[in-house]
Design a protein around this ligand. Structure first.
Ligand code: UDP
Length: 247
């Protein structure tokens, strides 16, 4: 099926559509949609997200409602290749956050950072503003609401009505928050970016280049944060399901 948003044939990964789109194409699409007056959800799909969507009907529904689903993670590329519908590019949440800050300078796009532990998104903002002077990060809030409702937090975001709302609260919480509050936040584009603020704040170091090249970044993250085991445990489940599906 062709996605009218990208003009490209979508790739089926275990019953979910992923768009074989490059980073440059994703940024171009975001720039266009940020000028319009409608909310779009962008999901960055990795192996754990697909397995969770298979088991959570509400998340599965959001995968169908998302305007664009980018291939984030080596597992998706491997599965696409095995299904003989190769995807050549990754578009990860971590890279998207950085590239969006860069185009915010040239395009004047406003960005809101919601999520991660107290102080983390703020540090990420400071570091990214140093790297991309003039980048418009118009609001920051941690992802632990302390009894405040999602609606209250969403209204706070709506007061600045950012073009792009980046939410780092983990799958599926971030996607569910984005969709449920889309009218209140007044954002044009909502993107769940997982642990990206942890990385951009400097709390979590990216894997050495050689590990990235060997597609072993997940092993590096696990080493630094054993809590990630719940997510890593979904990888063999994903692999088994791909291997037992018809090519
Ligand atoms: N987090 C949050 N609020 C919560 C639970 C988690 O802000 O109620 C943050 C957490 O601090 C971390 C991020 O969400 O920064 C989760 O990152 P992870 O890489 O585990 O996300 P996923 O891979 O699930 O997208």
């Amino acid at each position: 099926m062709i996605n009218s948003e990208t003009g490209k044939e979508r790739v089926d990964i275990l019953g979910f559509h992923v768009d074989p789109i490059s980073m440059e194409e994703t940024l171009l699409w975001i720039r266009q949609k940020a000028k319009e007056n409608q909310f779009h959800l962008l999901i960055t799909a990795d192996a754990s997200g697909i397995v969770q969507a298979q088991e959570d009907p509400a998340l599965a529904d959001l995968y169908r409602k998302a305007s664009v689903v980018t291939p984030d993670g080596a597992g998706i590329l491997w599965a696409a290749n095995r299904f003989r519908t190769p995807i050549t590019h990754r578009v990860s949440g971590v890279d998207l956050v950085e590239r969006l800050c860069a185009i915010s300078v040239s395009e004047g796009l406003s960005i809101y950072f919601l999520g991660a532990a107290p102080g983390v998104a703020e540090t990420a903002k400071t570091r990214l503003e140093q790297k991309y002077p003039g980048c418009r990060i118009v609001g920051v809030r941690d992802g632990y609401f302390n009894g405040r409702s999602d609606e209250d937090v969403a209204k706070e975001i709506g007061a600045v009505a950012p073009d792009i709302l980046l939410v780092a609260m983990g799958i599926p919480r971030q996607e569910k928050f984005l969709w449920a509050t889309k009218e209140l936040t007044k954002a044009k584009i909502g993107i769940g970016v997982g642990g990206s603020f942890d990385v951009h704040s400097g709390q979590v170091k990216r894997a050495p280049k050689v590990m990235q090249a060997l597609k072993l970044e997940w092993a590096w993250r696990l080493l630094l944060n054993p809590k990630k085991i719940a997510k890593v445990r979904l990888l063999p489940v994903f692999a088994r399901r791909v291997l037992s599906s018809k090519r």
